[in-house]
Ligand binder design. Sequence first.
Ligand code: C2O
Ligand code: CU
Ligand code: CU
Length: 524
Amino acid sequence: MNRRRFLGLGASVFGAGALAAVAVPSAARLLAEGRPGRLLSSELDLPPAFQVPLPVPPVLEPYSSDETADYYEIVEQVAKLEILPGVRTEAWTYGGSYPGPTVVARSGRAAVVKHRNLLPVPTVVHLHGGHTPADSDGYPVDLLLPVGSTGGGDMAGMPGMPGMAHRAAGRSVTGERTHTYPGRQRAATLWYHDHRMGFTGPGVWRGLAGFHLVHDDEEAALPLPYGDRDLPLMLADRSFAADGSFRYPATDPTLAAPGVTDDYANGVLGDVILVNGAPWPRLDVDWARYRLRLLNASNARAYRLELDPQPSGGDALVQIGSDGGLLEAPVTHDALEIAPAERFDVVVDFSRYEPGTSVRLLNRFGSDRTAEVMRFDVSSRRVTDDATVPEELSTIERLDPDAAVTTRQFAFRRSRGDGWTINGRPYEPGHDIARPALGRTELWRFSSDLHHPVHVHLNQFQVLTRDGRAPGPYDAGWKDTVDLRPAEVVEVLVRFTDYAGTYMLHCHNLEHEDMAMMADFVVE
Ligand code: C2O
Ligand code: CU
Ligand code: CU
């Protein structure tokens, strides 16, 4: 099977001639609409908002610990979940829940996570934002084949099996794979998710995502909200079929071939907004400060988050952290734009509201039902709260543009005949697009045709310029995902450290990623 066949980008989706029929909106229309993607409607009645209590994903207990590491096991399994009240949804899960269990790790200690695959499909798990050796990073053809499969002839008919050539480029194993995350990184909100070549979109859509938090002493010494007032919030949009299953516009419903139908090539948007796997949930909050670790785990949807009502004086969202952990100093926002895979760590002070106020979290990029996210109901009882947000949070070493030894250009665009590409090439495992040297600062210049949330593995980067000007309001701190707007150029400084090997650079719109907007780079 050749690459084209495998990627499902033949005549059916992006073949020459067929392209004109592909419903990828023009840049002008996207600008008008603000954001890419196309709404896929659910086929059943949607529940009213703010009925379901906000779930918090379970914290995963290590099955053993020693002086340097904690050892975890996650069983990847099919589970029937009640996501919409009274409706059963079959999900692909980490450990039986969606989101999967939260791994709570400590900087300086290794988290060793064994995954066991009981799903009907191969998987690849990636720790997003992890500073991870290449063999544990989740290279998209390093397949974890289901327990009991031989990896040989019987795999040929398995949904989503790449051809021999691509399998040869990876290190596939059967049943179990152990990922070692050494923890040589600062406190940050990370997440893990499926990363299988060509199938990340449907895999994540069906439930393969969870939090991985890293704590450290620096953060623990700050008087920030903690415990029950430190909440991970995974935002994701989904659609449901009449039978309660997740609805997804795969070209091939059996998922034997990757890709989505032409109309959805620019991204799949659901009409149900989930927070930690619950539709438009509500949460009782104390009259106090909360730390909200916002993660956009949607395939293609970006959000513009705003509290309603705003507390008097505005600046409701006090950002303390980004993808790569604490900022140097807090940055206040009235609204927060969050593209797929980005994380924003914010403190909200609910004592700025009258006790008893209901505060909605809105999505100003949405409309109708997708314009609402969740609701916080502020307790009518005053409590004491000793948490604060200090003026100084951390120190960040600024990467120096004058020290950049190499400048590289990466153009993210739709290419005639080849789908979504980087520098004109669709993804091909084993073909690297750059060979940065360990420990050297580089300047990477990303350019776009349409919206692309660009993600780099291994190390976080710093945004240097956006559109020839200073970084934007959401670009502060260490980032691993940066949202490129249509026809925009974003320059970042990056320095890869500790681990040589093959890593990925890709668009985190998962439909773009699956349809080949990804590339290898080799750190040497
Ligand atoms: Cu969150 Cu390479 O992915
Ligand atoms: Cu990643
Ligand atoms: Cu993209």
